[in-house]
Write a protein that binds this ligand. Structure first.
Ligand code: FPP
Length: 252
């Protein structure tokens, strides 16, 4: 079938993903939750490939939230081990594909092996100029905003000088543009404390596909759907069409 959906938007520069449903996917197969996480790694590979091929510049994955620390210790340990193994196993391929790895979150609370593996891959891919893959680890939006407030206070910035730009400049990765598209798998429709500041204008894409089943085609379909959406940024439809006719791009 020919898809005639109008493509109103250009490609998103930054896509953020809440990888959800690993536990349920495993339970449906009579397996433990770790089995689902392990299969989720293949989905990560697939999405990194698709994002790189499409020309998306930044891909942020919610790999471990602040709230995830309350999971059973065995699951936390397995997730950390999976992360270390995956980073060590993928570093050459990431570098070969020009993918740069970065991370955001309370990284000090991660186990030493995990921090060391992250540091290693970040250093070995620092020169890469293709996709930037950002892992959000021990991360939550409220944590990041609280850290930003602390940092502004430490800097002694006078109250009258504090603007949105000040807050942005004190966030974890101030040089990274806000995601235009958020994808969440597994049918849940929540932000779950992810990138609360940065997602202010993002388009939200919810799919019932469980993360371990999510593949390149699902990612491409989400990007395609995003490109057909009308993004108004608070303006009326008429104002938006006038701006488009004048070839202006909507202000964020
Ligand atoms: C949410 O599913 C998923 C996570 C908390 C972990 C995601 C981690 C991976 C996919 C593996 C490693 C990642 C990288 C970057 C190598 P859930 O456990 O909450 O599922 P449920 O809602 O069905 O219980």
């Amino acid at each position: 079938m020919v898809d005639t959906t109008a493509q109103a938007n250009s490609l998103p520069r930054h896509v953020a993903v809440i990888m959800d449903g690993n536990g349920r996917w495993a339970r449906e197969r009579g397996e433990d939750r770790i089995f689902g996480h392990a299969h989720g790694v293949e989905s990560v590979r697939s999405v990194v490939r698709a994002a790189g091929e499409l020309g998306v510049e930044y891909l942020t994955l919610y790999a471990f939230s602040t709230e995830n620390w309350s999971r059973p210790q065995a699951e936390i340990n397995a997730l950390m081990e999976l992360l270390v193994e995956s980073l060590a196993g993928e570093v050459d391929e990431l570098a070969r594909k020009g993918v740069r790895l970065r991370s955001t979150g309370a990284l000090d609370s991660l186990p030493d092996a995990c921090r060391a593996a992250l540091r290693d891959v970040e250093e070995r891919t620092a020169h890469c100029t293709g996709l930037t893959l950002i892992l959000a680890l021990s991360y939550s939006g409220r944590w990041e905003l609280t850290e930003a407030v602390r940092s502004i206070v430490r800097a002694g910035t006078p109250e009258v000088d504090i603007t949105e730009e000040t807050v942005r400049a004190h966030m974890g990765l101030p040089d990274v543009p806000d995601p235009e598209l958020l994808i969440r798998t597994s049918g849940e429709q929540r932000l779950s404390n992810f990138l609360l500041w940065q997602l202010a204008y993002a388009e939200l894409h919810f799919t019932t596909v469980m993360w371990p089943d999510f593949r390149e085609d699902h990612f491409r379909a989400a990007v395609h759907e995003f490109r057909g959406r009308e993004r108004r940024f608070g303006r009326t439809g008429d104002q938006l069409r006038q701006a488009q006719a004048g070839a202006e791009s909507p202000a964020p």
